[in-house]
Every structure is written in structure tokens, then in C-alpha cells.
Design a protein around this ligand. Structure first.
Ligand SMILES: N[C@@H](CCC(=O)N[C@@H](CS)C(=O)NCC(=O)O)C(=O)O
Length: 276
């Protein structure tokens, strides 16, 4: 219904204390990008301050709902007829699907939250009985650690499309293997594309036009997670490719730390969001 009525949230809704649900599984690279985005947009940090009155008023929570999409569970079907993950369900029932849409939403929500803090700040709002002012709170909450894709910057749009397609292709060829034993043209095309994309990427990274690869934006977050997914799930292809520059990209990435906190090993225990 909310989809049909075009429901929109005002910035106030973002900051008042929403409970959101994220449907995910332990191995999905798309889920991993959304989880990292949720962490980088500071949902968790707000949650960790239940005693600060000012922060409490601005708290949002994220419940992780671990599901296996291939089993078509009822709770997932209810929020997404396509029965794919990730899905972010807002507390008004609006369900967001497609990882890139979810991430852009979380980034926009964090920006709205920051604006709200700034307004409080100019009105000299102070939390009750605490040393910390809303001003120091606001500084920490500003989501400078991750920005959305600048769609006026063709280089960033190119990286976003490249990383996302690498992820989709790597997942699809693997998923096909679950249902079709023999080789098939679609998987062959996917595997060839993965090999070519790695070599292309390594070459691009070594050229002088690599500035776009060091920005802490959503495009580079996708690219990082896509590469690691290929490395892990398509190791034969990865090991045959030229990857010296790719290794350096992973090593220097601003997202290395956060992605270690949502590694496959960590996610395999299906933790709560507050434990990440
Ligand atoms: N384009 C989607 C891809 C999502 C996707 O393929 N999810 C997989 C898990 S990694 C899934 O739910 N597969 C179950 C199915 O395809 O039925 C996104 O970016 O969120």
C-alpha cells in the first residue's frame, strides 16, 4: 500500500527513533554492502548511548532478520514478492529492496539527521544533565565516512556500475551452478566477463586515472565487496588474473576496517547489529 500511495518520510522521521528491519543472510555480498552502509551511517553509534537523553531522542534501531531466500520463507515473501535479500523494512511498513537503493536511502537519511542536529545546535539545544552537548554529538554523527555516488561525476558512476555488475555477475554464475550441473552459455559468459573485468580493473588502477578509486563513496564500497566476493567464490578465476594493483586497492581502501567487522566469519554467527 505504501508503495502505491507514494509515502515519503520527512527528515524528522529519520531522527525520532525508527526501528528498521534488515532481511539478510550470512553470505550475500549485497547484504554485506548494506550492513557496512548501516554502520558507516552511524545507526549503531546512536544506539550505544541509551543513557544520554539527547541521544536517546535521536536513536534508531536496526533488527537483523536472518533468512535463507532460497527457502522462500513467509516473512521475506511478505515484504518482497521476489523473495530476494537484502530488504530494509521501515517502521511504517515500507519495504525497500535493491541494495543500491537501500544504501542511498540510508546515506540520505544520515544526511537529513545531520541537518537536524545542526538545526538543534543553532537553537542551543542541550541534552539534560550531561556534560556532552548536542554539538559534540552532532560532530560524531555526521556521516562523513561514506557518501553516495555523485551522479554528475562520470568516473564515479563508471565505478559504481562496474562494481555492481561484477557483484551481480559473480553471484549469478554461482547461483546458476546450484541448478544446472553442466556448463551453460550464461555461466560461460559470466565467467569470461569476470576474468576480463579483473584484468581491466588492475590495468585501470595502475594507470594515472585512478583518483576516483580512493574516494570513500558507495561506488568504491561496492567494488571492494565485489572483488572480495570474486576472490572467495571464484578463486580459480581470481588467481589466474593480474591482481597486484587490485590487492593494493583493497589494502589502501578506507573501508578495510569496517568490512573486517562484517567478514564472512563474523556474519556466520548471525550476530545482532549491536554486536557488530
Ligand atoms: N540486485 C539485487 C540482487 C539481490 C540478490 O541477488 N540477492 C540474492 C542473494 S545474494 C537472493 O536473494 N537470491 C535469491 C533468489 O534469487 O531467488 C540487489 O542489489 O539487492
Amino acid at each position: 500500500l505504501s508503495l502505491l500511495t507514494g509515502y515519503r518520510l520527512s527528515p524528522l522521521n529519520y531522527v525520532k527513533g525508527m526501528t528498521m528491519k534488515l532481511y539478510l543472510n550470512e553470505t550475500s555480498p549485497f547484504s554485506r554492502v548494506v550492513l557496512a552502509t548501516a554502520m558507516l551511517t552511524n545507526i549503531k553509534r546512536l544506539n550505544q548511548r541509551p543513557t544520554d537523553e539527547g541521544a536517546k531522542a535521536l536513536t534508531g534501531t536496526l533488527d537483523l532478520i536472518w533468512v535463507d531466500p532460497w527457502q522462500s520463507p513467509d516473512n521475506l515473501k511478505a515484504v518482497n514478492p521476489f523473495c530476494t535479500i537484502p530488504v530494509l523494512e521501515l517502521d511504517n511498513g515500507t519495504a525497500l529492496s535493491e541494495s543500491a537503493c537501500i544504501c542511498e536511502y540510508l546515506i540520505a537519511a544520515a544526511q537529513a539527521k545531520t541537518e537536524f542536529h545542526k538545526q538543534l545546535n543553532t537553537e542551543s539545544y542541550k541534552p539534560v544533565n550531561t556534560e556532552s552537548t548536542i554539538s559534540s554529538q552532532a560532530n560524531e554523527d555526521i556521516s562523513e565516512q561514506l557518501v553516495g555516488v555523485n551522479y554528475l561525476d562520470a568516473a564515479s558512476v563508471a565505478i559504481m556500475g562496474f562494481g555492481k555488475t561484477m557483484m551481480e555477475t559473480a553471484f549469478r554464475t554461482l547461483a546458476l551452478g546450484r541448478f544446472i550441473d553442466s556448463t551453460n552459455p550464461l555461466s560461460d559468459r559470466g565467467n569470461a566477463g569476470l576474468a576480463a573485468s579483473l584484468n581491466r580493473l588492475d590495468n585501470d588502477l595502475s594507470s594515472t586515472q585512478q583518483a576516483g578509486y580512493i574516494q570513500a563513496d558507495l561506488a568504491n564500497l561496492y567494488l571492494y565487496v565485489a572483488i572480495e566476493y570474486v576472490q572467495f567464490r571464484h578463486s580459480e578465476i581470481f588467481n589466474k588474473a593480474v591482481t597486484a594493483q587490485i590487492a593494493a586497492f583493497l589494502e589502501q581502501s578506507p573501508f578495510k576496517g569496517i568490512l573486517n567487522r562484517v567478514s564472512l566469519a563474523v556474519l556466520s554467527s548471525k550476530p545482532d547489529f549491536s554486536a557488530l
